[in-house]
Design a protein. Structure first.
Length: 196
């Protein structure tokens, strides 16, 4: 059984390969021409399912499982922003640093140095046996500064509950244990094993 990831992001591919190591895990872009997928959902779950369905429909064989994730950070003080728009918070052509700096600026505008925040990960699985979606969360605080060079995205401004350092300062192995994606993957793994 092969797991096809609805991503061409090699960082994500490596991450998933290390978590689901006994299965063959490939990026969809390794087996077909990459194509644009319109994420028109209003929730992480909807967007994860949209991506997984789009790739599954184009597969030559329907024996594969397509796995897709949609994730982001939400800051209640900012009405839940950036939420599902985490990857394009600073605009369509913005990069991860642009998004990070925009969120830091938004906190400074509110005159706060730190505020509650949480990450959400929705992992969708689409296969012959149906569609499934699981979630994982990581709670903590967003701070109005950038600290550390580890991780990616908003990691340098997020301090998880129980820690004093940002995800940008913590060792990657620590994050792997309790991150939102790790928690969602634990549940996805149970679903994958039930689909054998």
């Amino acid at each position: 059984m092969r797991i096809v990831l609805a991503t061409s992001n090699q960082g994500k591919v490596k991450e998933f390969q290390s978590w689901i190591s006994e299965y063959e895990v490939v990026a969809y872009s390794d087996i077909m021409e990459p194509f644009e997928i319109d994420e028109t959902g209003t929730t992480f779950k909807e967007n994860a399912l949209i991506k997984a369905r789009a790739v599954y429909e184009k597969l030559d064989t329907k024996n594969d499982i397509v796995l897709s994730d949609d994730s982001g950070i939400s800051v209640p003080l900012l009405g839940g922003a950036p939420g599902i728009y985490s990857a394009r918070y600073a605009g369509v052509n913005a990069n991860a640093k642009d998004n990070l700096h925009k969120l830091i600026a938004a906190l400074k505008e509110k005159n706060v140095q730190r505020t509650p925040a949480f990450y959400t990960a929705a992992i969708a699985l689409v296969c012959q046996k149906g569609e499934f979606c699981v979630h994982g969360w990581m709670h903590g605080e967003a701070i109005a500064e950038e600290r550390g060079n580890n991780g990616f995205g908003y990691d340098p401004m997020f301090i998880p509950c129980g820690y004093n350092q940002t995800l940008g300062e913590l060792n990657e192995s620590v994050k792997k244990v309790f991150s939102h994606r790790a928690r969602a993957l634990e549940l996805a793994y149970i679903v994958i094993n039930s689909l054998k």
